[in-house]
Design a binder for this molecule. Structure first.
Ligand code: MG
Length: 127
């Protein structure tokens, strides 16, 4: 039996609307010169740390309360920062992020077969 065809997403060279806006924002400010892959990767990790600050030292109940209050906006903004650096880095390296994620999902399906991994958080090496 043939598997159903998966929808194809735009390939590299056809940036999405958000990426187009990011590239325009960067170009208008002449910031390409600062966006070396190393610096984008560093920025990605720094933004991930800012996201972690929203959860640090909080119990599960405190996190839940925080996310219903002002923390939700902060988390939203940190996720946006992360996505922005991720999209720019992938674009600059010529990596189609959607395709890369598709490949990774396939790889993870093989590493974590449902019959072995369902309901457990074990690493694939310990399944
Ligand atoms: Mg931030």
């Amino acid at each position: 039996m043939r598997r159903p065809k998966r929808p194809r997403l735009p390939r590299q060279g056809k940036p999405d609307a958000v990426l187009e806006a990011l590239l325009a924002f960067r170009k208008e400010r002449d910031w390409e010169q600062f966006h070396k892959p190393k610096d984008l990767a560093i920025s990605l990790v720094l933004e991930a740390a800012e996201l972690l600050e929203e959860f640090q030292w909080k119990t599960d109940a405190e996190v839940a309360g925080h996310l219903k209050d002002k923390g939700r906006k902060r988390v939203e903004e940190e996720l946006a920062d992360l996505a922005i650096y991720l999209k720019l880095l992938a674009h600059d390296l010529g990596i189609d992020l959607d395709e890369a994620m598709r490949k990774k999902i396939e790889k993870n399906r093989k590493k974590y077969p449902v019959e072995k991994s369902r309901g457990t958080a074990k690493k694939y090496t310990n399944l």
